[in-house]
Design a protein around this ligand. Structure first.
Ligand SMILES: Nc1ncnc2c1ncn2[C@@H]1O[C@H](COP(=O)(O)OP(=O)(O)OP(=O)(O)O)[C@@H](O)[C@H]1O
Length: 586
């Protein structure tokens, strides 16, 4: 069902109800203040009629001054009430909007890699920023809608009070107005929804084009991509223009109805006044009420037009809020007796959600503390997937992964992660300084500790050469550093924490062979008591490991030392021969 359909509106209403609940007292106050404003505004024309009928017509200057003074007092009081309303309403909508954003953020933070993949990062950002803003915008204009409804209904009542006979005119005006507004909305609502969809598409395209700008240039696709953008931009402009053109017709349409109604009121009202059936003051008041009905109907339209985008936003937000992360802490936590860094895979199989075939199958092995274990395999053989099962980024489809002798599914995630030093395949640095990045997992680490970690990661020289050294600035994503420098800082960041279990996911590939060798030699001493797991494609990186696990198509093809595997594992021999030459396998 499209956004804004029968399912969409309850989603928006439900979301508003839930997030306005903590502000129910302030919201109640806003409604009361709005009602006071409406009552005052409805009373003013009546008071004006009184001045005309009993002051002007009777020539009673005292009455005019008294009623005029009262009018002035009411107008001033209404001004004060209006300021108070805006203040409280703004606090409610800003507060509820902030809570909504925080709720989406907290939920996204609890997502496992599976949910992240399902939504996609750009979409999660748009939902947290743009969609929340749409809902907030609607929330901010809700008081206008409330006023419009109270005022229109009140003006009808007051008009009938002024003259029941003349009110028969309303039987014509109101349906005509309803028809015009109905037609406008029927055209505008789908257009507004289409603007929202195009806006989404445009955001996605821009994100892709800006992120991939180097690839676009390298493949000489600049013109083609510009055309794609211009086409989308023109489409969006055309839709918005159409919506605005129709919206622009609203004002003249309502004005025509207003003017025709005024003529009719004066025509028929004049006759009633002439015949003595209606005082002239009531006629003026009646005119004002009719105009109020029309003006507030117009205001309501401007708010209702925001509805489709808010509904679409609410649906997308609700989708995030109602997604339960597949990886969660268990109800009963098991705390491992000892944190040793030991890892055990027991008959583990894994398939990505929606994937046809399992990516890993029947994995059984141990990764022991004090030893370097390597995982080697061709591209796509499942090395990263295997590593990701250890910190429980995904859960095994069958079998069990044990860390520190306990199933990872039974442990508290934060406790599990604090025992692990992970260096991902693609290093990621945060905007800030070198020291800020290194202290990411251990905020109170001393400078000495940072330099020690940089030493092991073979990064001391380049950091020392940076202006500012440890305080040298790092751009978001580490874009002001080379791939190898990023990689080494990312390794140092893991070392600073001195965890019991290191997971190096193919992170030595950006280093030249000599640096790679020096780094691994230094690592040996630094990580003496910890369990070290290195996933790699390069044989030279892992050949000296205590234990090498050969992955082939997601299954274990052999486990052993370099020497033993050369003797008895054909897939390993193939890998070695392809990288080091036939000589190496003789
Ligand atoms: N998020 C994902 N969703 C679906 N399938 C995935 C996902 N990530 C990886 N795969 C698939 O799982 C398989 C194993 O991928 P994985 O990244 O674990 O391999 P790898 O051995 O680390 O490869 P490389 O050395 O190229 O990094 C591949 O066939 C890949 O297409």
């Amino acid at each position: 069902m499209p956004p804004g359909g029968a399912r969409g509106r309850p989603v928006l209403a439900g979301l508003l109800r839930a997030f306005l609940r903590p502000y129910s007292r302030q919201s109640g106050l806003v409604v009361v203040l709005l009602a006071v404003q409406a009552a005052g505004n409805l009373y003013l024309p009546d008071l004006n009629a009184d001045i005309i009928d009993h002051g002007v017509v009777d020539g009673d200057v005292g009455h005019i001054l008294r009623a005029g003074g009262l009018m002035l007092g009411i107008v001033l009081a209404l001004g004060a009430v209006s300021i108070a309303t805006v203040y409280v309403a703004a606090r409610v909508s800003m507060g509820a909007g902030a809570d909504l954003r925080a709720a989406v953020y907290t939920r996204v933070r609890s997502f496992s890699a599976g949910e992240m993949d399902r939504f996609g990062v750009p979409s999660l950002i748009t939902r947290n920023v743009n969609d929340v803003q749409q809902v907030q915008l609607f929330l901010m204009s809700l008081p206008v809608l409330v006023v419009a409804v109270i005022m229109s209904a009140g003006a009808v009542v007051m008009a009938v009070r002024e003259s029941a006979r003349l009110s028969l005119l309303l039987a014509v005006t109101v349906p005509v107005l309803a028809l015009v507004v109905g037609v406008l909305l029927a055209v505008l609502v789908p257009l507004a929804r289409s603007v929202q969809d195009r806006y989404d598409g445009m955001t996605l395209m821009l994100r892709e084009q800006i992120t991939g700008v180097r690839v676009i240039r390298a493949f000489v696709r600049t013109d083609a991509e510009r055309d794609r953008f211009e086409e989308a931009n023109a489409g969006m402009t055309a839709t918005m223009l159409r919506a605005n053109r129709i919206f622009a017709m609203t004002m003249p349409a309502v004005l025509i109805i207003a003017n025709l109604s005024s003529v009719a009121v004066i025509w028929f009202g004049g006759r009633l006044v002439d015949g003595g059936a209606m005082p002239v003051g009531n006629l003026t008041a009646f005119l004002v009420y009719i105009l109020q009905i029309l003006v507030y109907a117009l205001t309501a339209v401007t708010v209702v037009v925001l509805l489709p985008r808010a509904v679409a936003g609410a649906e997308r937000i609700q989708e995030v809020l109602s997604t339960v992360p597949a990886v969660r802490d268990p109800a009963r936590l098991v705390v491992p007796a000892r944190v040793t860094g030991a890892v055990e895979f027991r008959g583990v199989a894994f398939g990505y959600p929606g994937g046809e075939r399992p990516v890993l199958s029947d994995l059984t092995f141990e990764l022991r503390p004090g030893r370097v274990s390597a995982i080697i395999g061709g591209t796509g053989s499942g090395k990263t997937t295997l590593i990701n099962l250890i910190p429980r980024f995904f859960d095994a489809t069958s079998g069990a992964v044990l860390v520190n002798g306990t199933d990872v599914r039974e442990q508290e995630a934060e406790a599990l992660w604090s025992a692990i030093g992970l260096v991902p395949q693609t290093s990621f640095l945060f905007g800030g300084t070198v020291a800020g990045n290194l202290r990411f997992g251990m905020p109170d680490a001393t400078d000495e500790r940072l330099w020690q970690a940089l030493d092991v990661a073979q990064a001391r020289d380049f950091v020392a050469a940076l202006p500012g050294g440890l305080d040298a600035p790092v751009d978001q994503g580490g874009t002001n550093l080379s791939g190898g420098q990023r990689q080494r800082l990312s390794i140092a960041r893991a070392l600073v924490r001195r965890p019991r279990l290191y997971l190096f996911d193919d992170c030595f590939s950006a280093l030249d062979t000599a640096t790679d060798a020096r780094l691994r030699a230094a690592l040996r001493t630094e990580t003496r008591d910890a369990a070290v797991v290195i996933a790699a494609q390069r044989v030279s990186t892992i050949m000296h490991a205590d234990q090498i696990i050969v992955l082939d198509g997601g299954a274990v093809a052999g486990i052993g030392t370099h020497r033993r595997l050369l003797a008895g594992c054909a897939p390993y021999r193939e890998i070695v021969a392809s990288q080091l030459g036939a000589e190496a396998v003789r």
